[in-house]
Design a protein around this ligand. Structure first.
Ligand SMILES: Nc1ncnc2[nH]cnc12
Length: 442
């Protein structure tokens, strides 16, 4: 009986109920793995030296990592709750928030960003493999990573169990080993530098955590308990992302802040190649999550389509894209699409926990009526985000800076785009829900 429950898989279409087989450890292991990323080692630079602010001291950067990561992880934990309660995946839940037709807009954006992330991750794995083997046939690394990723998506709950049983322990050992090895080298003066860029630094760490918001319920829908889903995402992800950034900060200090050489200190320690190999291999959990969640998101548009067919198509697509594009150039574009989901989940949190969701009037059927008020709240939060942090695409950024100047708004260094857009969207959703006649909103 236990074996039977343990081997159950996600049904092939969205019409069938989700099995509730994941315990807090299964989910904790999954989120802990997502918190570790090869991108995190060089990404620590965005916390240490946020653009437009003086470089942070080591202690300030560490504090920014902890604060940003914990805040972001709590938001991801909150986003995991509706999935655990209803058994519905993230994009299908948006039918309750916006109505079915309007939910197609964020669904399409999510598909776009996840295909982008999935492609990006395959390139990161290939880059890691090149560092590991001192070069080699990049196309082969990409094809192997793509095939491994796609294979895992065919049995997603099996993949999560694999992570819990084997991968998490190996990753934990590798991380502790690297920490012990790296701190044996002389560290920089911990207090030299500024605290002025603390909030932009914390925002950089927060942005990485909240980039997982739109997939949280794709996994928590299989949770045995709501509390388990929240705890696993919040605690599991926080611990490892902070640990990953700490290693990144130390490694960056050792290479004079050159993010392009962030992997070098790991490979230079005794047995570094072996343990770095573990980290490269485990990066596949990220491409797995991106590919599988793309397929599940597509099912919000085509509920009766077999998720395995969709996963296979997405796996082939991301592999082909990684072989033909230099997607690292699209990092700013990915950040821009990702930013739309932060205010969206502010609206979702308020509506689900305080208004329509609380009353049990969220309609997840294919005929759920449009809720324009919630769309308006989302747009308001999006505007707040862009006014504070319009990102790195020149024409887009100029547009928003010009708009800010026209209304007399100047972003301040203490302003967190993620946090304030989340709160603004939540506040507008709360006001609209409170003011509008119930039927007009629901
Ligand atoms: N692969 C990834 N890395 C970081 N954040 C993400 N959000 C969605 N996919 C991601």
């Amino acid at each position: 009986m236990a074996l039977d429950a343990d081997s159950r898989e996600v049904p092939h279409t969205l019409d069938e109920p989700a099995p509730r087989t994941l315990g807090v450890l299964d989910q904790g292991a999954f989120w802990a793995n997502l918190g570790v990323s090869l991108l995190g080692f060089s990404g620590a630079m965005a916390v240490l030296a946020p653009s437009g602010a003086p470089r942070l001291s080591f202690v300030a950067a560490l504090a920014a990592c902890v604060v940003g990561t914990v805040l972001g992880s709590v938001m991801v934990g909150i986003a995991a709750v509706p999935g655990a309660r209803t058994g519905a995946p993230s994009m299908m839940l948006l039918r309750g928030l916006f109505g079915t037709r309007l939910s197609y807009l964020p669904t399409l954006l999510n598909i776009l960003q996840l295909v982008g992330w999935g492609t990006f991750e395959l390139l990161v794995i290939a880059q890691g493999a090149e560092a590991l083997f001192g070069g080699g046939p990049r196309w082969l690394y990409l094809v192997v990573a793509g095939a491994l990723t796609t294979g895992l998506t065919l049995r997603p709950l099996g993949a999560l169990r694999l992570l819990r049983r084997y991968v998490t322990v190996a990753v934990a050992i590798a991380m502790v080993y690297f920490f012990v090895q790296l701190v044996r080298h002389p560290l920089p003066d911990l207090g030299t530098g500024s605290w002025q860029g603390f909030w932009p630094g914390a925002d950089a760490a927060l942005a990485v955590a909240v980039s997982w918001l739109p997939v949280a319920s794709d996994y928590s829908r299989h949770s045995r308990s709501v509390r388990g889903a929240f705890t696993a995402a919040t605690v599991g992800y926080s611990i490892t992302q902070v640990f990953c950034y700490v290693l990144g900060l130390i490694a960056l200090a050792m290479v004079g802040g050159d993010a392009d050489r962030a992997f070098d200190p790991f490979l230079a320690v005794p047995l570094g190649v072996v343990f770095f190999g573990v980290l490269v291999l485990r990066e596949v959990d990220q491409s797995f999550a991106d590919t599988y969640s793309t397929a599940v998101s597509m099912q919000n548009l085509r509920p009766k389509t077999d998720r395995r067919v969709l996963s296979l198509c997405v796996g082939v697509l991301t592999t082909l894209l990684s072989l033909t594009l230099d997607i690292t150039q699209f990092a700013n574009f990915l950040q821009l699409i990702g930013s739309v989901f932060v205010p969206l989940f502010g609206v979702l949190a308020v509506d689900y926990f305080l208004h329509a969701g609380r009353r049990g009037s969220w309609d997840l059927s294919e005929r759920a009526p449009s809720r324009w008020g919630m769309l308006l709240a989302w747009i308001a939060g999006f505007v707040v985000y862009q006014l504070i942090n319009p990102g790195g695409i020149a024409w887009w950024s100029n547009l928003w800076t010009g708009l800010g100047a026209a209304i007399g708004f100047t972003p301040q260094s203490w302003m967190s785009a993620s946090l304030l857009s989340f709160l603004a969207a939540a506040a507008v959703a709360g006001v609209i829900n409170a003011l509008a006649p119930r039927r007009a909103v629901d």
